[in-house]
Design a protein around this ligand. Structure first.
Ligand code: ADP
Ligand code: ZN
Length: 347
């Protein structure tokens, strides 16, 4: 079992990483209060519901799987259940699931009685390396992702890499997209490790996964510690996301998983950096050929550029009509560029 401390003054907490943690949850959680809540989704409950059964002092609420559940309406349902079950200021909410469950449970715990304790047990690779760390919570409204939400840190994050063994392949690739991003934005040696061990990652070798998840959490933690509320440095986590979010939105969130869209996004944003001459050819080619080797469809032929541009211009990170792009410039280093959309040549 490894522990990564996250240092955020009074909001500090630990990330615990290991295998088989799920079988000793009562010990690891050490919850004192009598009334607590565990939120999960139907798929996860079907596979791991038995393990949750043994937890003492917990009410379980199961939501429908998928992004549709990240809505204000479902949040109100969850909050109503929390109230009806008599949760108090001393209660704890556990998120047991992927990013949808984590974002929803985090949001509800941040506003119930002005904030009660919250613990993350992420079950997807994406949630283990990304969304469970950093304290962003939220739900979607209309077409806008995460437009209602809060910064709210969990009391603990418990990561059991064995939970990944049941994950569908597409969801696995989603996490791999974010893993590669961490190497490219912060740690070129880690990028080399990912390239070398990509088969170990794809086949979920437990030792490789424990190292990869740990390194991603460490990198994200260091970035979040320096910039908890996204005023500056934290923006580098958006590499691949300006384009990626537009691609997800432009395809109605049906064609690409989030991380797959980030892979396509990193690919085209690297090409953009190349066109702007802010990256060396040798390095950009290394990034592009690795992203190509992953087997994610990188061709955009069926989408109109205007739809993607429309989504990019709506991004909440834009400033003065310019679009914020995080572009790779050196090994393990990226930089923000604010670009006028009409001046970008995607072809
Ligand atoms: P993400 O973590 O990618 O943001 P979701 O919360 O939507 O996304 O989870 C993605 C899908 O994977 C959902 O259908 C969810 O029910 C399913 N899922 C989550 N964890 C597991 C797991 N450990 N095994 C199998 N399926 C899982
Ligand atoms: Zn992401």
């Amino acid at each position: 079992m490894e522990v990564i401390p996250i240092d955020l003054d009074e909001n500090s907490y630990d990330i615990i990483i290991g295998e088989n943690l799920i079988n000793n949850l009562d010990d690891i959680l050490s919850i004192k209060d009598e009334r607590n809540f565990i939120l999960t989704d139907r798929n996860v409950d079907m596979i791991y519901g038995d393990k949750l059964h043994n937890l003492k002092h917990f009410f379980k609420l199961t939501i429908e799987p998928g992004e549709k559940s990240k809505s204000i309406d479902v949040a109100i349902d969850v909050l109503r259940q929390m109230l009806e079950k008599g949760l108090t200021r001393k209660s704890t909410v556990i998120a047991f699931g992927g990013g949808v469950v984590g974002d929803l449970a985090g949001f509800c715990s941040s506003i119930y009685m002005r904030g009660i304790s919250f613990i993350q047990i992420p079950t997807t690779l994406l949630a283990q390396v990304d969304s469970s760390v950093g304290g962003k919570t939220g739900v979607n409204l209309n077409d806008y992702k995460n437009i209602i939400g809060s910064f709210y840190q969990p009391k603990k994050v418990i990561i059991d890499v064995e939970l990944l063994s049941t994950l569908p392949k597409k969801e696995l690739m989603s996490g791999i997209g974010e893993i590669i991003k961490y190497g490219l934005i912060y740690d070129y040696e880690f990028f080399q490790y990912i390239k070398k061990e990509i088969e170990g990652i794809r086949s979920l070798n437990n030792n490789v996964m424990k190292y990869v998840v740990r390194r991603c959490c460490e990198i994200k933690a260091r970035i979040v510690e320096l910039d908890e509320k996204e005023n500056g440095l934290r923006k580098i986590l958006n590499f691949g996301h300006t384009f990626g979010h537009a691609l997800e939105g432009g395809t109605n969130f049906t064609r690409y998983s989030h991380g797959e869209a980030v892979i396509v996004g990193m690919f085209y944003e690297t090409i953009l950096a190349k066109k702007m001459c802010v990256i060396q050819e040798l390095y950009s080619n290394e990034i592009l050929s690795f992203l190509e080797s992953l087997g994610v469809d990188l061709s955009l032929s069926e989408y109109s550029t205007s739809v993607l541009i429309d989504f990019m211009t709506r991004d909440k990170k834009n400033k003065d009509n310019k679009i914020s792009f995080i572009l790779p410039i050196n090994r393990g280093e990226v930089k923000e560029y604010l670009l006028d959309i009409n001046e970008i040549n995607w072809n």
